[in-house]
Write a protein of this length. Structure first.
Length: 155
């Protein structure tokens, strides 16, 4: 059940009515009829005080899957290796099983890969984002029609 709607933010509320799983994600920007109007949805799944998965972490998982390396994935996303490693540690801690595993180095070099759980979490997260985008599509034009023309940026 979707409740607690704020401008451009959708939060998934648990049965208790509290934010048991706060989900916000930057989905592909949904353009409205006016070229300066758009809707951004953010989905983040929280695990206590940590963000278990969100748009940046999903992008990092995808980059790790493509490159086979935390270092290469970090470079492709314009972040430091340390930042990428900390994000991976958080994800691995937040789920029942690790999402990312590292392979020992040696003659053939090391590497990093998504675990089966990592592939599953990434796939389900992307599906959730697509579902959220589709869910808001129907009423989007109605509320978008009520928006005023935006002010020029320099005013």
């Amino acid at each position: 059940m979707l409740q607690g709607v704020r401008p451009a933010v959708v939060r998934l509320i648990g049965a208790s009515g509290r934010y048991s799983a706060s989900c916000e994600r930057f989905l592909p920007t949904i353009k409205l009829k006016h070229p300066m109007h758009r809707l951004d949805l953010k989905i983040r799944l929280h695990c206590g005080a940590d963000i278990a998965i969100g748009p940046g972490k999903a992008d990092l998982l995808e980059a790790i899957r493509q490159t086979g390396s935390i270092s290469a994935a970090a470079r492709s996303l314009g972040m430091s290796y340390r930042r990428a490693w900390l994000l991976v540690e958080t994800m691995n801690r937040c789920f029942k099983d690790p999402l990312v595993t590292t392979l020992a180095g040696g003659r053939h070099g090391g590497g990093t890969q998504l675990t089966e759980m990592g592939v599953q979490v990434l796939r389900r997260y992307r599906e959730l984002c697509d579902q959220a985008s589709a869910a808001v599509q129907d009423g989007l034009e109605d509320i978008g029609a009520l928006l005023a023309d935006p002010m020029p940026a320099n005013q």
